[in-house]
Design a protein. Structure first.
Length: 180
């Protein structure tokens, strides 16, 4: 699969080192609380699994599935909830765990939804942030790496459901998606 990449952006070692820092910082900030870490499926599944290992505090996990990209490199502009949380977030501190913030639509939609359900607080941790992609105003509380405005895959990020299992992140060769 490596030959489908034009460029490697972050190695497995770089990602793991940064995620460890983030987890330890987030745990410090939630000291004395019992937050719910909400993994945004499917993209955030690798980041979530790594991040919470570095958070040495009591916490709960839950999962929500959204989709806005489908089998395209462009957001449809509409966020759909494909699977909702199992439990209530009322009066709970919620940490949304995302793989990437691009347009910001997914996160602004999710944050509003959780606040409407009376979460005590909603914070956002993202592995990657693409500020140049933003169409709505949203800033993650914790961000691993700022990425350029290119279509990247790996570490949970897919193109048409592929490449999520790469432990590193890179830029996909345009030839791969221009075929479709
Ligand atoms: C991707 C990514 C984020 C979102 C970011 O998810 O995992 O959740 O898009 O883009 P945005 O800031 O423009 O909303 P996608 O909808 O592709 O679903 P997936 O996680 O299952 O791949
Ligand atoms: Mn996603
Ligand atoms: Mg996707």
């Amino acid at each position: 699969m490596r030959e489908d990449l034009q460029e490697l952006l972050f190695s497995e070692e770089q990602i793991q080192a940064r995620v460890k820092q983030m987890g330890e910082q987030i745990a410090k900030d939630y000291q004395g609380e019992n937050p719910i870490a909400v993994c945004v499926l499917k993209g955030a599944v690798l980041f979530m699994a790594d991040l919470i290992r570095y958070m040495d505090i009591p916490l709960e996990i839950d999962f929500i599935a959204t989709s806005s990209y489908g089998a395209s490199t462009k957001s449809s502009g509409v966020v759909r909830i494909l699977k909702d949380l199992d439990r209530s977030v009322e009066d709970r501190h919620v940490l949304i765990v995302e793989d990437i913030v691009d347009s910001g639509l997914t996160l602004s939609y999710l944050r509003d939804s959780l606040l409407r359900r009376n979460a005590l607080s909603v914070k956002i941790a993202t592995a990657f942030d693409k500020p140049d992609g933003r169409t709505v105003d949203i800033t993650p509380d914790y961000s691993g790496f700022v990425v350029p405005n290119r279509f990247i895959v790996g570490y949970g990020l897919d193109y048409a459901e592929r490449y999520r299992n790469l432990p590193y992140v890179g830029v996909l060769k345009p030839a791969v998606y221009e075929k479709n």
